[in-house]
Ligand binder design. Sequence first.
Ligand code: SF4
Length: 421
Amino acid sequence: MATVPDAKADFAALVVRWQRLEGRHDLPWQNTQDPYRIWVSEIMLQQTQVATVTRYYDVFIARFPDIHCLAQASLDDVLALWSGLGYYRRAKLLHACAQTIVARFQGEFPREEQALAELPGIGRSTAAAIAAFAFQRRAAILDGNVKRVLARVFALELDTQSSKALHAFWSLAESLLPQSEDMPAYTQGLMDLGATRCLQRQPRCEQCPLQAVCKAKSQGRERALPLAKPKKSLPLRYWVMVWISDGQSILLIRRPEHGIWASMWSLPTIESLPESLIGHLMANPQPDQALIDKLSIMRTMHLLWQQACTQRLDTKRLDTQPIARPIFNVLKSSIKQDARLDWHSYVAQSFTHFRLHAPLLHIRLHRDVTSKEDLQVRDVAQVYGVEDPLVGHHQFLWIQPKDALNLGIPRCLRQLIGASN
Ligand code: SF4
């Protein structure tokens, strides 16, 4: 096996030189040292690909050109512009962070990465990226792409999930930093390498500036490193999403402040709890018949959807399937007789801790709506099928589907509502 030169000695210089010659220089958030613009881009780039962020970034900056504008905006306006980018908690934290920087630092970003990392939504690696790009600080980034590059160049046999490995990655990343004047090019170079050369499945070693020092390449193990994470199978949760229409408008509900799609607008949902929690609550109920009834409906739903999804039933014909009949009957009996029910379509999405399957229940109200305000509360309570104490705290909105697209709504619902126009 050929001897590989010491990668540590040359690593930063190779990355910096390559970035200046062949890296990316025309992304909308480059060529600036404005920490506000850099910060917005770094938050958008967490969990989201460059091509997608590019479609949102300029619009966001045009609407909120500086930190004061963002801090003064309503959360609704921020969520509306974030709608479709996913991971909506980022938008809430971005908004909270802007307000914190204005209130505590008079709108000036702290320069040190440690102080940045204490702000809402800014972790250690994002803080380092902002500090390096805006202030040329010698601070190491370490996201999934950088870990992959390091694991390959140094042939690290580490389980990337363990805290011991994380510690080793951070130490290595910090030991490789160049002088401060090279920090912007170096930091961008690592990002560019991970995105355009050292790709997860098909690394382009022949075009990589690190090929002469890369141990994985010399050992022919570039596809074997980093060590594969053991696959976790996420539990499934089953909801029913309810599309209530009066022929012109649809009914939206604002999600609670915490949890999935926090504070966003959504179709009303009937949500199943994790089976373990339902079992526990049923076994130890407080003497509250309404709660027991509600849990019983949820458990029925959960079990039925579990079976329905496992058997891959045709959801368009679900009302004719015996397996769904009990749910259908529960819902049908809980709404007015002049509504029409049919199974319309289906939402499936993965979240961090579970996967969601949610068939859509389509309810068309056949009557004149004389008092929409009155209709909102009554109908939602009826659709939920039980008196839900939460219903009273939710905000409702009747809105035409085309106008709903201007609100902060999750991407899967945006597609659904957009397709109905
Ligand atoms: S030589 Fe190949 S495996 Fe090594 S860092 Fe470059 S692209 Fe990745």
